[in-house]
Design a protein around this ligand. Structure first.
Ligand SMILES: C=C1C[C@]23C[C@@]1(O)CC[C@H]2[C@@]12CC[C@H](O)[C@@](C)(C(=O)O1)[C@H]2[C@@H]3C(=O)O
Ligand SMILES: O=C(O)CCC(=O)C(=O)O
Ligand SMILES: [Fe+2]
Length: 369
């Protein structure tokens, strides 16, 4: 699979810290007060649907323990890993993503984040000591839930909601449908079985000529294809290997793929489709992808914060005005999930829920493209 070359790619830069056209960065501990922080978070989510959170206050222990446990799993022999698969969509998957023919150069573990589901899945992931694996995952999920709530409360405050905790309440419900995904992208050199040094040399030559290193002839490979995350908010952390790209406005009314420089100490925050619907489009769900062309493995962990299946998703009244009428019809997360699982990864599925687009024959029909 080769990267579509129509959209240019540029490097995210430090200029981004001031929203200068790259990757916005939010210092979660910056002096200046909570209302300044909430304005910054709203601005990043409204303009980009994405930001890098630094000085976030999440202790490093749970992440280090999760990375060790998942790296040990991915290092197992293929038939041992298959015990936790095939993905249903939960469980261990290799290359295949979803049910509709999407594929990427990765293997992954997709877990429901509830302690009961983690305990059940742990039995096939860590056969030596399932409860050790469960504890490690539960600790990490707890830390992620807390960070997600903090960001969602800042958004609620910054948007001036009557109840600023409206968003975080959805993900703290005991029936929350949140997920944890661990993606392992093997080094590109071993995928091709081309000699490591030759391939790295080849890539650096093309990078010099083209500036972005994504010429298909250099072996740029789709790790995880273009998509938006369907849930409320996603928190992504990865090792020091690049690969994540986000589709951001370039200021000229066009969009460009921006490479997100790796930062293992940061969390990358994505607005999901549900948050776009809840805010009547004020916050935008960001399209992103992973190009897995590096010569070292990329390990990423993403917490997808979701509401319970029965939760009704409708634009909050504060986000609807005469100038900004309601864009999406109300739906439940269960309904949205059913639709999304019938569609390809790259589908702009929220469009199907636009007011006026009530041709229900479009929704949940098992559309393939
Ligand atoms: C092709 C698909 C995989 C996906 C479900 C879908 O039908 C469309 C959305 C995909 C996605 C993207 C973000 C997350 O990685 C994910 C777990 C999710 O909730 O939506 C995946 C789904 C998946 O891999 O099961
Ligand atoms: O693995 C990554 O870095 C991102 C993957 C992703 O976007 C996803 O799993 O939804
Ligand atoms: Fe994603």
């Amino acid at each position: 699979m080769v990267v579509p070359s129509t959209t240019p790619v540029r490097q995210g830069t430090e200029a981004a810290a001031s929203h200068g056209g790259g990757i916005p960065t939010v210092d979660m501990s910056a002096p200046g007060g909570r209302s300044a922080l909430s304005r910054q978070v709203v601005r990043a989510c409204a303009e980009h649907g994405f930001f890098r959170a630094v000085s976030h206050g999440v202790p490093p222990g749970p992440a280090a323990r999760l990375d060790a446990a998942t790296a040990a799993f991915f290092a197992l022999a293929p038939h041992d890993k298959q015990r936790a698969g095939p993905p249903s969509p939960l469980g261990y998957g290799c290359r295949s993503i979803g049910f509709n023919g999407d594929a990427g150069e990765l293997e992954y573990l997709l877990l429901h984040a509830s302690p009961a589901a983690v305990a059940h899945r742990a039995r096939s992931i860590d056969t030596d000591d399932p409860s050790r694996f469960s504890t490690v995952v539960n600790d990490y999920v707890g830390a992620m839930r807390q960070l997600a709530c903090e960001i969602l409360d800042l958004l609620g405050e910054g948007l001036g909601l009557k109840d600023p905790r409206s968003f975080s309440k959805l993900i703290t419900d005991t029936d929350s449908d949140s997920l944890l995904r661990i993606n392992h992208y093997p080094p590109a050199c071993t995928i091709h079985k081309i000699d490591h040094d030759d391939q790295c040399k080849m890539k650096s030559i093309v990078r010099t000529k083209n500036g972005n290193g994504l010429n298909p002839s250099a072996g740029a490979r789709i790790g995880f294809g273009e998509h938006s995350d369907p849930q409320i908010i996603s928190l992504l952390r990865a090792n020091d290997v690049n690969g994540l790209q986000v589709l951001l406005p370039n200021g000229d009314g066009k969009e460009v793929w921006v490479q997100v420089p790796a930062d293992p100490s940061a969390f990358f925050v994505n607005v999901g489709d549900l948050l776009q619907a809840l805010t009547n489009g004020k916050l935008v769900s960001v399209r992103h992808r992973v190009i897995a062309s590096a010569c070292r493995p990329r390990l990423s962990t993403i917490y997808f914060a979701a509401p319970p299946l029965h939760a009704r998703i409708a634009a909050l009244p504060e986000t609807i005005t005469a100038d900004s009428p309601c864009q999406y019809r109300p739906f439940t997360w269960a309904e949205y999930k059913k639709t999304m699982y019938s569609l390809r990864l790259s589908h702009s599925r929220l469009d199907l829920f636009q007011v006026g687009d009530d041709d229900s024959s479009n929704v949940g029909k098992g559309e393939q493209e």
